[in-house]
Design a protein around this ligand. Structure first.
Ligand code: SF4
Length: 259
């Protein structure tokens, strides 16, 4: 697949701007945003996840799903239609964490199936990743907040054991945090998404990269250098390169970044 074809896949509404007009359009991934200094992984003082006591852990994702689907632990239970637990491959090496279910997700019971989800699929598809085969997708909270408001800290914290258990049971090598809420939930609250997106972090023995939420990209359609979409394009190529490195395939992505 050519870069042009990839970029078209990446866009829900293909822009009239030709790929040739984009910086680094010929496949080079060298850019300031892709430099070793900004891409270097960060060992940091982020708060570690507090694992559930062993007697509270789930034996399987099926067991987790069953309990979550009947959960009444926070106020969101009273307004949801469906509990939105997961979609994708339960053995995936890449796990994506979004914020919370929206209307379509609440109705379907599946995360990231609305317009944002379609764009997420396109973004991943642009580098040959299939959300149903290569990725596991879940949210910080499993029930839709009314009017799509941001989940409260109480809701996020109450639901967090499910999220931590999903991470433990799927056991991904790479975690992608889409947007500020999942970033706050996993890496802590002192980090701004615009400052940390595209950077690798080491967290609980896994590689974590914050990326822009697809809904933010839908509101920012520019492809100019430095735009959210352009930056995400760089990020997704770095993610694919790291994924290939992890699975031992160094053939597909022209990316000379070092971890
Ligand atoms: S958001 Fe999480 S903690 Fe709250 S009711 Fe739904 S599953 Fe339970």
């Amino acid at each position: 697949m050519t870069d042009k074809e990839q970029m078209n896949l990446f866009d829900l509404t293909p822009s009239a701007i030709p790929l040739a007009d984009l910086p680094h359009a010929e496949g080079s991934t060298k850019s300031p945003e892709n430099s070793k200094s900004t891409r270097a992984s960060k060992k940091n003082n982020l708060a570690p996840a507090t694992p559930l006591p062993e007697h509270e852990q789930f034996a399987s994702l099926d067991a987790l799903r069953e309990v979550a689907c009947n959960c009444q632990k926070c106020p969101l239970a009273s307004t949801r239609t469906n509990v939105v637990v997961e979609r994708g491959d339960r053995k995936a090496k890449i796990l994506i964490i979004g914020e919370a279910p929206g209307e379509q997700e609440d109705l379907s019971g599946l995360p990231f199936v609305g317009k944002s989800g379609q764009l997420l699929d396109k973004i991943l598809e642009s580098v040959g990743l299939d959300t149903n085969k290569d990725i596991y997708v879940c949210n910080t909270v499993k029930c839709r907040p009314p009017n799509n408001r941001v989940p409260t800290e109480v809701e996020t914290n109450t639901c967090k054991p499910y999220l931590l258990e999903q991470i433990r049971l799927v056991d991904p090598k790479i975690i992608l945090l889409t947007g500020a809420t999942s970033l706050k939930s996993i890496l802590g609250e002192k980090l701004g998404i615009t400052k940390v997106r595209g950077q690798w972090y080491e967290w609980e023995g896994r590689l974590v990269m914050p990326i822009f939420h697809p809904s933010y990209l839908l509101r920012n359609q520019s492809r100019e250098q430095g735009s959210p979409k352009w930056l995400t394009w760089q990020d997704v190529k770095a993610i694919k390169a790291k994924y290939l490195e992890i699975i031992g395939d160094d053939s597909a992505v022209d990316d000379d970044e070092e971890f």
